[in-house]
Design a protein around this ligand. Structure first.
Ligand code: 5RP
Length: 221
């Protein structure tokens, strides 16, 4: 039997630590990606009476297969908790998300949640955020939008479940706040993958054999 690489063990440890924070009777937003893939079976094993919302068809299919109750996100107007991975976490708690192209739904779910818990392996901790920043773009006027966002590249993956085109902004990120505001204000950008620290309740980061809890704004990193 081969031993999983450290990052996989760290993802699993972070996911299991997050599952322990889910309360009986709560509504839970489920993120997308390989770290969330460890979350789903661990959550199902707790056998709690919870109602979940999934941020992607892949998460929904896997969660249903494991017996988790999934509801479309058109009936609930808030969630108790959302748990999701990240591509990068900077020292102040800014995130880059959307490596799986699911960042629009992930942001909607994170914003709707009372608590947004990020789970990650230690290789996701960075000193400074760098490109790519995932984008979801409206197909209408796509090439005009791309021209205004340069440097940018289409990702060449299928559209999002909402019909959006997935691309990546490839420019410098000197100030995540400024880049986020610029992308948010650009017509044709449905959503970008920069998540502000104010959205993050805590990040649980697998770090060797322990899980470190980081709380943006608390000076814990
Ligand atoms: C998907 C995401 C993921 O949370 C992010 O890409 C991290 O993925 P992984 O857990 O596979 O490293 O934002 O859109």
């Amino acid at each position: 039997m081969t031993t999983p690489p450290d990052s996989e063990r760290e993802k699993q440890a972070a996911a299991e630590a997050a599952v322990a924070l889910v309360e009986e009777g709560s509504t839970v937003g489920l993120g997308t990606g390989s770290t969330v893939a460890y979350l789903l079976p661990a959550l199902a094993r707790r056998n709690l009476d919870i109602l979940c919302v999934a941020t992607s068809p892949a998460t929904e299919a896997k969660a249903r297969e494991l017996g988790l109750r999934i509801q479309p996100f058109d009936r609930l107007d808030r969630l108790d908790v959302a748990i999701d991975g990240a591509d990068q976490i900077d020292p102040s708690g800014w995130l880059v998300k959307g490596g799986g192209g699911a960042h629009t739904r992930e942001k909607i779910v994170a914003v709707a949640a009372e608590r947004f818990i990020v789970i990650a392996s230690s290789d996701k901790l960075v000193e400074e955020l760098v490109a790519p920043v995932p984008l979801e773009l409206l197909p209408f006027g796509l090439h005009a939008t791309l021209r205004r966002l340069e440097p940018v590249a289409l990702r060449g993956v299928p559209p999002s479940p909402d019909g959006g085109v997935i691309a990546d902004y490839l420019g410098q990120i000197e100030s995540p706040e400024e880049v986020a505001a610029w992308l948010a204000g650009a017509p044709g950008v449905v959503e970008h993958g920069l998540f502000p620290p104010g959205l993050v309740t805590e990040a649980l980061v697998g770090d060797g054999s322990v899980v470190t809890r980081l709380v943006p704004g608390s000076g814990s990193r």
